[in-house]
Design a binder for this molecule. Structure first.
Ligand SMILES: [Zn+2]
Ligand SMILES: [Zn+2]
Length: 738
């Protein structure tokens, strides 16, 4: 007779771990018990040695699908008392809250069967869930994860639900959000004047409104979506006008994977990713006969697609004729709306009808966005299904670190003991409401992990709202340069603790010299970095205004290389988009350095290329030029533009002269991408013994990454789990080590 004490740590609570252990122990004739405590799950096993070995194998190789085991410790202890049977013992009082919070998970196949089966008591019930699926993070007030600490506390379980909840052999054993039509949340349908529309099938009713071309708001897991028929040109046009969102792509939700295939070309890996338990938005290629409205993702060949991930969505699609736009409900620069009152106060002029329910969303959470690169998932927005993200480090934090990221695509990360925990995507900090959301996220995470901040890590930019907030907290502060934090984020994901060669190409970030950086090559490690190369500085004509007007970037590069007289005679799309007066005025600005900050940003060079090649002269959302340049890339064109590396500066003057001679968009875009590959190759060759790290928003460019994979002929590291755009900054800030 052997006796073992087993401790399991990681995401092991609220994911069906104890019933899994219980049922496995019964099957293998083992006695003992399982319980939860502040550190995780404890198992005491008594029985035949080979049964215990089988048990441990199953535990390691086939744990519950939603669990994530970080550590298993096994200790033999023959001094233990004998047990007659196997029991689940209720949670002991929990003081130290280091148990990890589980993300929200899409409805599982078993629950889909339940809501589609007319015999089942949850037939057509929109809040059906079980231990393997449903809301978690979005409904948790505090830990431990028990119903009393969630927004399901408002609902008293009926007898039948209670029986299921208490039966360790039931799929809903200890499923905290368990409910049914008799005891759980209910739906309400309103018009945009808050008038309740009484109807016994509100889901059918709102589906018919969508089919008729109305724009509606529907509450989801982490917030409301704005929804309309994706094939209805007028509805999409109306939505764009009302949201004042001229061209930023919308994501489209489809009934099932076969529907997605009618509109897109997807690889096997993309199909698997669309179907995975997180159900993220996956960015894929449209096909040629895609009958989705062209207004959904104008001028790009990609489309963000996803599948229904709540029972409510599944039921909705029973009545819908077509795929739907499902975009986060919010005002520009504000976070996703989670309460119906905010839909009425902020979006009643956008939506015609509202579908709400009375299970509160405690923590808002957007949909995640991913793409597939070389058959691997790269997360571009880490949120529903993935957040909170937890990661074990090899060395311990000696202080509780709170890292607060940058100003755009913000997130926060906590570092304590051996844990790094990252929040969901918070968004852009350009409004008071966003800052409120940011502060709420900080206190939520402090509460979740019983965390008292000792050190705040923030960006160096003095004007960032997050930096200003940090300065007012009266805590010790560490400021990390923006692009160094990007490099650190990738180093953290791969646990790189050595000198690396980091290429950090992105939009904008505050540099050590006060200029705007963004085309940086560092040799860096966890405690320092050296800027070995950077893009030669150029002037942003009109500062922020230049970011919205790619033609201003292009013009500035022309001023660097030509006299004003020469510029005025050039026959190029950039020059032609201005009047003579405008060019002369901008030239004066350029000459006298009036509101013309210096930048080394590679993101801005993409803007210039889009202008020179007549792709666009004005952009309405971040990344628009990159996406359109990708669309023009032709793999069969191997030529590249010229550049020089003079001292530490990457000088594109030669490229500018060559670009002006090319007229074809495809040629310009292809030679430009090839040039970036060549720049990275050349600098890498000079640093053969260093690992290559790629970071920053520019490397979200799928074409660029794929070309690098083909041509660089060396392994390179770019982050796949931690977004390599600014959402990853907080994670990188944590990885810094004094
Ligand atoms: Zn389920
Ligand atoms: Zn019930």
């Amino acid at each position: 007779m052997s006796k073992f004490i087993i401790e399991v740590q990681g995401i092991v609570q609220g994911v069906g771990f104890r019933p899994f252990v219980y049922n496995l122990a019964l099957k293998l004739n083992l006695n003992g018990y399982v319980n939860n405590d502040d550190k995780g799950v404890n198992i005491l096993l008594q029985g035949k040695k080979n049964s215990i070995d089988t048990f441990l194998n199953e535990l390691k190789n086939n744990p519950p699908i939603l669990s994530k085991i970080d550590n298993i410790s096994i200790l033999e202890d023959t001094s233990l008392d004998d047990f007659e049977d196997f029991k689940i013992i209720q949670s002991a009082n929990q003081n130290n809250k280091s148990t990890l919070v589980s993300p929200d998970i899409a409805i599982c196949d078993d629950c889909i069967k339940d809501i589609e089966n007319i015999e089942n008591r949850r037939y057509k019930y929109a809040f059906t869930n079980c231990t393997n699926c449903g809301p978690r993070y979005s409904i948790i007030n505090t830990v431990p994860y028990d119903r009393i600490n969630t927004s399901m506390n408002d609902f008293v379980m009926c007898e039948e639900c209670k029986e299921e909840y208490e039966d360790p052999t039931n799929r809903r054993y200890h499923a905290q959000p368990i409910c049914c039509p008799n005891c759980g949340p209910q739906i309400k349908l309103y018009d945009n004047f808050k008038n309740e529309i009484s109807n016994n099938d509100s889901i059918k009713e709102i589906a018919q409104k969508i089919n008729s071309g109305f724009i509606v708001a529907i509450k989801g897991i982490g917030g409301f979506h704005i929804i309309c028929d994706a094939t209805n040109e007028n509805a999409v046009k109306k939505l764009r006008e009302k949201k004042n969102r001229p061209s930023k792509p919308f994501a489209v939700m489809f009934k099932n994977i076969d529907e997605i295939k009618k509109y897109t070309n997807i690889s096997n890996k993309e199909e698997k990713t669309i179907l995975c338990k997180e159900k993220p938005i996956v960015i894929v290629n449209k096909n040629s006969n895609c009958k989705i409205s062209e207004l959904i993702a104008p001028n790009i060949d990609r489309l963000g697609v996803f599948l229904p991930y709540t029972p409510l969505h599944i039921l909705l699609f029973e009545y819908l004729n077509n795929p739907i736009i499902a975009t986060s409900a919010n005002l520009k620069d504000e976070p996703i709306i989670k309460d119906v009152k905010d839909i009425f106060s902020k979006l009643s002029n956008v939506v015609d009808y509202v579908l709400d329910f009375n299970r509160d969303i405690i923590n808002a959470c957007d949909d995640s966005i991913v793409q597939v690169i070389n058959d691997e998932i790269q997360i571009l927005r880490l949120a529903r299904g993935y957040a909170p993200f937890s990661y074990k480090t090899s060395n311990k934090f000696n202080k509780n670190n709170l890292a607060i990221g940058a100003n755009q695509k913000s997130s926060i990360s906590l570092g304590f003991n051996n844990n790094m925990i990252s929040s969901a995507y918070i968004g852009d900090m350009n409004s008071i409401v966003s800052m409120e959301y940011f502060k709420r996220s900080v206190s939520t995470f402090e509460k979740f992990y019983d965390f008292k901040t000792q050190l705040i890590v923030c960006d160096k930019h003095p004007a960032y709202e997050t930096t200003k907030w940090a300065m007012n907290q009266g805590k010790e502060i560490k400021q990390i340069q923006h692009h160094y934090a990007h490099a650190l984020a990738t180093m953290a994901e791969y646990d790189l603790d050595e000198d690396v060669l980091a290429f950090v190409f992105d939009g904008t970030g505050y540099g050590d010299d006060g200029n705007i950086w963004g085309g940086e090559v560092f040799i860096s490690n966890r405690s320092s970095y050296k800027r070995i190369n950077h893009l030669k500085y150029f002037k942003l004509l009109g500062g922020e205004k230049a970011v919205k007007e790619p033609r201003r970037i292009a013009l500035s590069l022309l001023f660097d290389n030509f006299t004003i007289e020469e510029v005025l005679t050039l026959d190029n799309a950039c020059v032609n988009s201005f009047t003579k007066n405008e060019i002369e005025l901008l030239y004066k600005m350029w000459q006298k350095n009036l509101n013309t900050p210096l930048t080394s940003s590679f993101g801005r060079v993409f803007d210039a290329i889009a202008s020179f090649s007549n792709i666009l002269q004005l952009q309405t959302y971040e990344g628009e030029t990159g996406l359109q340049i990708e669309k023009e890339y032709d793999e069969n064109l191997n030529e590249s533009y010229s550049y020089e590396i003079i001292n530490t500066q990457i000088d594109l003057s030669k490229a500018i002269l060559e670009i002006l001679k090319d007229k074809d968009k495809k040629v310009i875009c292809s030679k430009f991408i090839n040039m970036i590959v060549n720049i990275i190759s050349e600098i890498s060759l000079e640093n053969k013994n260093l690992k290559i790290v790629l970071a920053g928003g520019v490397f979200q460019n799928k074409t660029l990454l794929e070309q690098l994979s083909k041509k660089l002929k060396r392994k390179f590291y770019f982050s796949k789990t931690i977004p390599l755009n600014d959402q990853g900054i907080s994670f990188g800030q944590l990885y810094f080590q004094n």
